[in-house]
Design a binder for this molecule. Structure first.
Ligand code: GLU
Length: 438
């Protein structure tokens, strides 16, 4: 960084009114990447001034999630603890005439989703009613006429600042150089610029990142699956995969590379390359990215699988091939539970229950299935011979009853894999049992 270049300061400023939304995860990530690649400062600011909707529980959830994701911040602040700062700015603004106490009764809402109750007195900004033009790093030149905002309310009283004022004061006080945030806040920007000008703050550089959309291009909502990070955590997505996928929502490296670790993202990310159009959330793609990260963390994941099997089958020794088999079949970590806890692979550890119909499902008669299984018994130690026999007698006729006798499942790995993992003794017992049922 050159001497005279201003040190980058960015912030993420969630309102803790719900569990960490995946859109906010992406905002946090883009700010983090931008801070780290510029050796700048990343501030976490809890915008918890909305008493009615802000909850400590949500703030904790957001902080824990950032930790889980590995997005570290350099400074922590809470708006609810900064009332005096806002009071001092409001006083100055009233003194210099850029704001005034208004006796107008009908105060209207200025904060997202928050109705300001009717008051006899509020504090308003004296709107110079001018055109605001700024260069957005993502959206290019933006022009707004602020006339229609009128003399908007910036505080309910001296000690009750509203959202826009708090945001602008904090950004100014912390020296935020870049404001990277969701496009949903774009319409608030001109009002915030007016407040900046009123308090004599330097205008930061803006980057409004595109909305995350559902597959039908509507606003992402619960209808299309989970919208909060906890739900993805619960489903067994890896933090690395979530970050990787989120980075690709609105940004692409301009190369074929799609799988990135966090250090690689810090290296490759570019805010200027973020696209303007909405980014479509594709859960299938997220699953694929997750699988790729599972592959990158094979050793760790195999350990998790091993532990889960040992918990379910404490007495058994675990064949590494079973670990591999599970590893191959999972896309998210809860797939491991599905395969182990729900007993889908139970046949590796316990004798399966068999039915006559299922054993003979692919042969014309139960007798025929019986005949094939009896023959297989005589050559059980020799997979090549079993395969050769199956090719002569018809694969389905031989391999289905064999595979089903070994697993008791309609779906399982092929009979040769089962034979090699179970070993000839167990295999023999199970085939004999199938023969008695037939
Ligand atoms: N508190 C706002 C929100 O959670 C973000 C404000 C900002 O980034 O300027 O949507």
């Amino acid at each position: 960084m050159s001497e005279n270049k201003k040190k980058v300061v960015v912030r993420m400023a969630p309102s803790p009114t719900g569990y960490f939304h995946i859109g906010s995860v992406r905002t946090a990530l883009f700010n983090f990447l931008f801070a780290r690649q510029n050796e700048g400062t990343f501030i976490f600011r809890s915008e918890d001034t909305n008493d009615a909707r802000s909850k400590k529980e949500y703030e904790d959830n957001i902080l824990e999630s950032l930790k889980w994701l590995g997005l570290s911040y350099d400074m922590f602040m809470k708006q609810s603890e900064r009332t005096e700062v806002y009071v001092s700015y409001l006083k100055k603004m009233i003194e210099n005439g850029s704001a005034y106490i208004s006796k107008d009764e009908a105060a209207t809402a200025t904060r997202k989703g928050e109705e300001i109750e009717q008051r006899s007195e509020v504090i308003r900004l004296r709107n110079p009613n001018k055109k605001i033009i700024f260069e957005d790093l993502v959206r290019g030149t933006i022009e707004f006429d602020t006339t229609e905002s009128g003399d908007f309310v910036i505080a309910k009283s001296l000690t009750e600042p509203l959202y826009h004022l708090a945001v602008v004061v904090d950004d100014h006080e912390t020296g935020a150089t870049h404001i990277i945030r969701g496009e949903d806040i774009l319409s608030s920007t001109p009002r915030q610029i007016l407040i900046q000008e009123a308090i004599g703050a330097t205008r930061p550089i803006y980057a409004h990142i595109p909305l995350i959309l559902a597959p039908d291009r509507s606003k992402l909502s619960k209808r299309y699956g989970a919208t909060s990070l906890v739900e993805y955590q619960k489903q067994g997505y890896l933090p690395e995969a979530i970050l990787n996928y989120m980075a690709l929502l609105g940004w692409n490296p301009g190369t074929e590379k799609e799988i990135f670790t966090l250090p690689e993202l810090i290296e490759a990310f570019s805010i200027e390359k973020v696209q303007k159009g909405g980014a479509i959330f594709d859960e299938k793609k997220l699953r694929w990215v997750n699988k790729e990260h599972i592959k990158l963390q094979k050793e760790k994941i195999i350990e998790i699988i091993k532990e889960k099997i040992s918990n379910k089958y404490p007495e058994q020794t675990i064949d590494v091939r079973i670990l591999e088999l599970i590893f191959e079949r999972i896309e998210v970590l809860t797939d491991i539970d599905r395969l182990i806890e729900d007993g889908e692979l139970d046949y590796f550890f316990n004798e399966p229950a068999l039915t006559k119909e299922k054993i003979a499902w692919k042969t014309s008669t139960p007798e025929e299935a019986k005949k094939h299984l009896e023959h297989v018994l005589t050559i059980i130690g020799d997979s090549d011979a079993v395969m050769k026999y199956a090719e002569e007698a018809g694969k389905g006729n031989v391999l289905w009853p064999l595979r089903y006798a070994l697993s008791g499942k309609e779906k399982s790995p092929d009979p040769f894999t089962l034979l090699s993992i179970l070993g000839p003794d167990v295999a023999k017992e199970r085939i004999e049992k199938a023969i008695t049922i037939l």
